[in-house]
Design a protein around this ligand. Structure first.
Ligand code: FAD
Length: 518
């Protein structure tokens, strides 16, 4: 996957069958779907793939236990089915994760056991493990940091886990391998219309400043919390559809939450669920649900959100996590679709919404990472219908995602690359200096930086340290310390000068501050 090649395709193509705005889960999924059906497909992303919400998830491939409690059976069934497909189609990026729900009263224990048994039964043939009641002793074994006083037991259940930003990059590669073109750092600034119908976009390459007028038979708006900006380019009288809701996570060392099991706290003091999940040898704890007026592309965690997480998680843990233990904190914005009369974002629907405007702009928003494939299928079906193109069968239910590999070797870093791991090893073989670690505390190597530039369209330090490898999301200080090495390597590889290095380092230092606690 190479950005210059994508740019030449942009110059050469007169009209695309389908243009997609937005390179998060929804847009990338749509690009894979459209390209694999054989439509001439173009995806444009303003920043980097998964720069928005799609790199800031809890990293669960799940049906959503909480939605079951809310009675949203259809959504849970659909998500459990999609969980099954994703675990099969991207085994290198996903895994089966055991969860324990600790319980301090027998009544609660039975209530949740029945609920989680139903949750498992609903996954049918795609079940990934049986729900089981645990004694207090086994619960303590599985969750060594759990508060033992009055612990009555726990419930063991299974869900999926994944690396969100790496899945996004692999989806971009899958779209490209199926004939699609995907471009990061290409911002859509306007829509092109012929006789009142949307027939393309005006986009600006934010690297070179060059503007493009790009024509397409249909345009899909998959811009997450920025959905309304594009809809209002189409019709400036429209009221906002999306109500953004912020969720944050804190990341701490595993010593605060040892073991391989994740924990689900069933009821926080605002009546939601909270997770503590092992991820890349750290633990992610979250999340919150805070209504936001105006979406921004780099949201910041609020003090009250951090206090909320500590207050709730420390009721269950003996390790007593405090602010100084946080390695990184990250915030994301859910693109929730407004429900009439509903102001509480925690109660707004989590299913996806598709709107085809009078001028044929197809907007898709809402949903979650787990259901990206189904959302993409629905978006492409609608886009093809609206633009009267020949209907072709969706293929993504069994389509293998780039990097697919059926075996993991146990290599904590390279396993996430699946079938690409061999090529990265070959880089290290050819140039042994690339075996060097980027940071003494992490197994990431210099070879991964070269790989990200040459094959994954990384063009900034942030692309490498936030999304191609996940250091910024694991330890913000370590990411900051690593930035100079990455900058030097990138400058050499991309032919950039000292000024570029300085600008990049300044930008990254500012960004990393947002992920640190002060
Ligand atoms: C805190 C939190 C935790 C979550 N946890 C989970 C989880 O564990 N499991 C799960 O399944 N789901 C989870 N979700 C939901 C999931 O992350 C989102 O539903 C999903 O990432 C949304 O993807 P998207 O593509 O719609 O939006 P985004 O990822 O935001 O993508 C939209 C993209 O459009 C781009 N864009 C905007 N304007 C323009 C323009 N003018 N031109 C070009 N590009 C543009 C943006 O830069 C952005 O990259 C979570 C969400 C949050 C907030």
């Amino acid at each position: 996957m190479n950005r210059n090649e994508m740019l030449s395709r942009l110059d050469a193509e007169k009209e695309w069958d389908i243009i997609i705005i937005g390179g998060g889960a929804t847009g990338l999924g749509s690009a894979v779907d459209a390209a694999s059906r054989g439509y001439k497909t173009l995806l444009l992303e303003r920043f980097d793939f998964a720069k928005g919400t799609s790199s800031r998830a809890t990293k669960l491939v799940h049906g959503g236990v909480r939605y079951l409690a809310q009675g949203n059976i259809k959504l849970v069934m659909e998500a459990l089915r999609e969980r099954g497909y994703l675990l099969k189609n991207a085994p290198h990026l996903t895994s089966r994760q055991p969860f324990v729900l600790p319980s301090y009263s027998w009544k609660e224990k039975w209530f949740y056991t029945i609920g989680l048994k139903i949750y498992d039964l609903m996954s049918g043939k795609l079940s990934i493990g049986k729900t089981r009641l645990l004694s207090s002793k086994t619960t303590q074994q599985y969750l060594p940091a759990i508060e033992k006083k009055k612990l009555s037991g726990g419930i063991l259940y299974y869900d999926g886990q994944f690396d969100d930003a790496r899945l996004a990059v692999n989806l971009a590669q899958t779209a490209s391998e199926n004939g699609g073109a995907v471009l990061n750092y290409m911002e859509v600034v306007d829509l092109v219309k012929d006789n009142g119908k949307v027939k393309g976009v005006v986009a600006e390459d934010t690297v070179t400043g060059k503007a493009y007028t790009i024509r397409g038979k249909v345009v899909i708006n998959a811009t997450g919390v920025f959905t309304d900006d594009i809809m209002q380019m189409d019709d400036d009288q429209l009221e906002d559809l999306v109500s953004p809701s912020q969720g944050i996570h804190v990341v701490v060392d595993k010593k605060f939450f040892p073991g391989d099991h994740a924990m689900m706290i069933p009821k926080t003091d605002d009546g939601r669920v909270l997770f503590a999940v092992p991820w890349h040898d750290k633990v992610i704890i979250g999340t919150t649900d805070t209504p936001v007026q105006e979406p921004v592309f780099e949201p910041t965690a609020l003090d009250e959100e951090i206090a909320f997480i500590f207050r709730n998680v420390n009721r269950y843990l003996t390790s007593g996590i405090t602010k100084k233990d946080i390695k990184t904190v990250f915030a994301g914005l859910r693109p929730l679709v407004k429900a009439p009369g509903q102001k509480n974002t925690a109660l707004m629907p989590r299913d996806h919404t598709i709107i085809v405007s009078k001028s044929n702009l197809v907007t898709i928003t809402g949903g979650k990472w787990t259901t990206y494939r189904k959302m993409a299928k629905d978006a492409i079906d609608n886009a093809v219908f609206a633009s009267k193109q020949e209907r072709r069968q969706c293929k993504t239910e069994t389509l293998k995602i780039h990097g697919w590999a059926d075996k993991k070797t146990g290599n904590e870093v390279l396993d996430f690359y699946g079938s690409d791991a061999a090529a990265i090893q070959q880089l290290m073989h050819t140039d042994p200096a690339l075996k060097e670690k980027l940071h003494p505390g992490f197994a990431y190597t210099k070879a991964q930086v070269i790989w990200a530039i040459q094959n994954e369209m990384a063009i900034t330090i942030e692309d490498v340290l936030a999304r191609r490898i996940r250091l910024l999301f694991l330890d913000a200080q370590a990411a900051l310390d690593t930035a100079p090495i990455v900058a030097t390597m990138m400058a050499a590889e991309l032919n950039k000068d000292e000024e570029w290095i300085k600008n990049e380092l300044d930008h990254f230092a500012m960004l990393a501050q947002r992920y640190m606690i002060h």
